[in-house]
Design a protein around this ligand. Sequence first.
Ligand code: AMP
Ligand code: MG
Length: 397
Amino acid sequence: MAELLTIDEALRRIKEHAQLLAVETVAVSDAAGRVLREPALSRVDLPPFASSAMDGFAVRADETPGELSVAFRVAAGSSEAQSLPVGVAAGIATGAAVPEGADAVVPVERTADHGHRVEIPEPAASGQHVRPRGGDVRVGDVVAESGTRLGAAQIGALSAVGVAEVRCSVRPRVAVLATGSELQPAGELLAHGQIYESNRAMIAAALRTVGADVELLPVVDDDEPAHRVALEQGLAADVLVTSGGVSMGPHDLVRRVAAGLGVEEVFWGVAVKPGKPLSFGVRGATMIFGLPGNPVSALVGALVFVRPALLARQGATIVDPQYEYGRVVSTLRRNPQRDEFVRARRVVRDDGVMLDPVSGQDSHMIVRAAAASALIHVPRGDGELTAATPARYLRLE
Ligand code: AMP
Ligand code: MG
């Protein structure tokens, strides 16, 4: 491993090699988690008409306070366009169209409703409880920009402005394979020297949250022909993620076999703990990540490096890991050579987020990591990370 890249430099090179995926039309109702590739525009003014924000009476503000006759009542969805004669109030429901001529709504609890007449004891202000036409958005305005990852609020907004379909990136096809002759599937008995294979399902879970369409490939023994077959199969995907076999041991075959299949290595080795021997390469548009086999290393690699790659390929505006800030409950020693990701419990308190490292920080200790809800980023350097300064962390969910 010649020179270890910083996390930022590794991310820069990954993004530089991320080619945009194709675009497809998706029903808005199925588009949660997808990345928009064209701006989505409003089909209407929203609200499409001046509407009432309350159940009450539509009035002319300058005719209040006073007693008005009630000429008619308007329900939500009532399609008859009405106008309000002088000296008159109209009963109105939330969401109903405010009659032409009315400029205020008085909530029912601020009136005395006598059926054909209504008493309004207090003056109404012009505009009160009226939602103006187009107050949320105007027809033709951008509702969501290209590059937006659609969440619940955006899906609601697009539906509200009458958009039924959007142009999104296709989902990245991701192949995940695990290497290691010691690996057994759950359900089998373990012979001496064997462990259960856990990285494929974990990596798949980490990547599905950013839209990946994941295929799990079979576990590969530590021999070259088996690697060749599996890697070639995986290279048909948009992104191939392997686990294990990227260190310096005699059985670490992934990089060599990948090179033989035409993969150009972009880098090998990042100054991060856990996860140092991560390799990244490309063959055509396909990206290949060789994650180390230790489960916590594979998890960190998937979260910090593979997720951004998938977002970049989908054209997302926000691609990089999104750090938040909290305070460590106990001092953490910094590592002079490598940035570290320390697994911690995140405790939200009135005065901020506290980060409490879990016991057992070795990179094979995935069960200890499972108790954590945050990865504290401890930058490399001398000295300590203390509670005195805010610490960056990534959420683990
Ligand atoms: P490697 O990176 O292949 O040298 O593997 C490092 C460590 O991670 C070894 O202890 C492996 O047994 C373990 N390991 C590798 N792959 C997996 C996997 N898919 N699931 C669980 N543990 C693994
Ligand atoms: Mg191995």
